[in-house]
Ligand binder design. Structure first.
Ligand code: HEM
Length: 573
């Protein structure tokens, strides 16, 4: 009996391998017609079994001779793409390659020309429905749709990003940052994991400006009557359990595990909060519909309720967009702020340059006298934005974007060669590889020896100067397409770009005008360095640079959950 079962399994495994191999061969033939370099990949990065088992399998695959795994093993690990950066393309000897997998052909590229061609042909290249529908948890929304349906969602969401909202973001972000610093002071001014606080801060800003729901540091865990979770906790828990919620939604209720029960409670609580917010607008519908400057919530709900043929959104679509903007609007900005704060603690010389710019700009004016109209634009020219851009270059929180060809498409590459890509090809833009491609971006801040010793940590290349002296921006000045686009490009470019930049500028102005942020040097470290403060600081800095590489994790966003303590110190003079 046991022998028969073993035989049956062996036959199944052989048949599986045979079918996979045949499918790859078939896909590879089609891929070769594109003229891009083609590689076989025995797995497709999004296959369910691979996503579940990779942790156990990858260490064994890494023991195989590299010609057998190059470059597919790196491209198949989507959660490590940021860590591998340009390596798979280096291994492949090309900035655009096609991976022929058992299920789909996937173009993966870090060539800005190819990317620009892809996003410029929205009729032929669209969102991949399989990937984007996962985010349609409450209903279709701006990211889960394409074509005419997407235009509809986009119009409604865009209407919420008004100049009045951006001015509100400026004020709210500054107030939240100041009250957070005051809150930190009550906790001793040492912050072990800055990411956690930046997520809260960014959520507070989104909540106040989009939903008219003011959140404060004291009421973080407040649970209103009739609810089982606070507003903030409900959203954060939904985000933490996004994958099971996306797959099972209300069916989670029937699973008896603690985490699935928690996920279900968060799912139903967040649904209730969104419905309540919607109802508040519905109660003042006529008045709100006439407002020239609607908030995002108002724009979405009014469009859904008035039934105008042009803009009407059913309730599930309205909830879908409310969730999506809350999600897209806070984690991206929060992680970018967290990385930038840590980088400035590692590079105090850049912190000083930021402070000099702020001192000059505000010239003795107190925080409440700063203004969006007078100060936001002025701060874009100088170290504040140079630091932000350099941080987004090295720590691109959105690591990859996807499109799928729905018709045969011609793509030119940076050498001017035309490639014919058939319909049904998945296109992946590897953003980290674009901006850490050593052939395009100069690295001046670390010697090869130091780079080798520190295992090529991205933080070693932090060089905001490149944004101030444009001459050194990139090696290929003759490239006539955008080369740095952390917010995407083309019709689907991030609608929240200005929102995010206003928020981050305002937070950094508030933090660094009156405070410095320093790495914490532990007593053990000081002791280990024989009481030499300078040596202990250097050692803490080396540790921070390593942490900013080895401990970065890739979830929906790139993030650092591990402790990397910093302390907030009042500036003098
Ligand atoms: C540092 C902060 C942010 C970064 C790096 C970022 C980046 C991006 C990127 C790369 C895309 C995809 C573009 C594409 O598919 O080509 C995107 C889309 C989007 N972002 Fe952002 N984003 C940020 C902040 C925000 C904020 C603050 C909001 C809202 C308040 C927002 C809302 C959205 C939405 C709704 C989309 C989908 C657009 C569509 O599919 O039409 N983002 N973002």
């Amino acid at each position: 009996m046991a022998n028969s079962i073993a035989l049956a399994f062996a036959c199944l495994a052989i048949a599986g391998v045979f079918f996979r191999f045949t499918a790859i061969r078939k896909n590879a033939k089609i891929a070769e017609s594109t003229g891009f370099k083609v590689f076989y990949s025995p797995v497709y990065m999004n296959e369910t079994w691979w996503l579940f088992l990779h942790k156990f399998i990858v260490p064994f695959l890494e023991l195989l001779p590299s010609p057998l795994t190059r470059p597919w093993l790196k491209t198949a690990q989507r959660w490590r793409l940021w860590h591998y950066s340009y390596e798979p393309f280096e291994e492949a000897g090309s900035d655009t390659i096609v991976m022929a997998t058992p299920s789909v052909n996937m173009i993966t590229t870090c060539d800005p020309v190819v990317i620009n061609q892809i996003v410029s042909q929205p009729r032929k290249v669209q969102q991949d429905p399989k990937i984007m529908k996962l985010l349609a948890i409450w209903g279709d929304n701006i990211t889960s749709t394409d074509g005419e349906e997407w235009k509809h969602h986009r119009r409604v969401v865009n209407a919420g990003f008004t100049p009045a909202i951006h001015a509100m973001v400026w004020e709210e972000a500054s107030e939240q940052a100041q009250t957070l610093i005051d809150h930190w002071a009550t906790l001793g001014s040492v912050v072990p994991v800055v990411k956690i606080w930046m997520s809260k801060l960014a959520l507070h800003v989104v909540s106040a400006t989009f939903f008219h729901k003011k959140l404060t540091w004291k009421e973080v865990d407040h649970v209103p009557t009739g609810h089982q979770m606070g507003f903030e906790q409900a959203l954060n828990t939904v985000i933490r359990h996004l994958q099971p919620i996306a797959l099972l939604k209300a069916r989670l209720k029937w699973l008896p595990f603690k985490t699935t029960q928690e996920a279900y409670t968060a799912f139903s609580e967040w649904t209730a909060y969104m419905k309540e917010l919607r109802q508040i607008v519905l109660d003042r519908l006529d008045e709100t519909a006439k407002k020239p400057n609607k908030s995002l919530l108002e724009s979405i709900v009014v469009a859904g309720a008035t039934g105008e043929a042009k803009d009407a959104l059913p309730e599930d679509h309205a909830l879908g967009n409310l969730f999506l903007t809350a999600l897209a609007g806070h984690e991206t900005t929060a992680n970018t702020m967290a990385f930038t704060i840590l980088l400035l603690a590692v590079y105090p010389e850049w912190q000083r340059r930021v402070q000099e710019q702020l001192d000059q700009q505000f010239d003795g004016r107190e925080r409440l006298q700063w203004s969006f109209d007078q100060d936001y634009q002025a701060l874009q020219k100088g170290p504040v934005w140079a630091v932000l851009k350099e941080s987004m270059r090295l720590y691109n929180v959105v690591q990859h974007l996807y499109r799928k060809t729905v018709a045969p498409t011609t793509l030119l590459d940076s050498q001017g060669v035309a490639h014919e890509v058939p319909a049904g090809t998945l296109c992946q833009f590897n953003l980290g590889a674009i901006w850490r491609n050593p052939n395009r971006w100069t690295s001046r801040t670390a010697t090869d020896k130091r780079r080798e010793k520190m295992r090529n940590c991205p933080a070693l290349d932090f060089d905001p100067e490149r944004w101030l002296s444009n001459s050194d921006l990139v090696n290929d000045q003759d490239l006539h397409v955008p080369r740095f686009f952390p917010f995407g490009q083309g019709p689907r470019q991030c609608p929240g770009e200005r929102f995010a930049m206003v928020e981050m500028t305002s937070v950094f102005a508030t933090v660094y005008k009156n405070y410095s942020v320093e790495l914490v040097v532990s007593q053990e470290k000081l002791k280990a360095c024989g009481g030499d403060k300078e040596a202990a600081w250097e050692s803490a800095r080396e540790g921070a640079i390593r942490t900013l590489s080895e401990d970065i994790v890739s979830n929906i966003n790139l993030e650092l959950w591990k402790e990397l303590p910093i302390q907030i110190v009042k500036r003098h003079g």
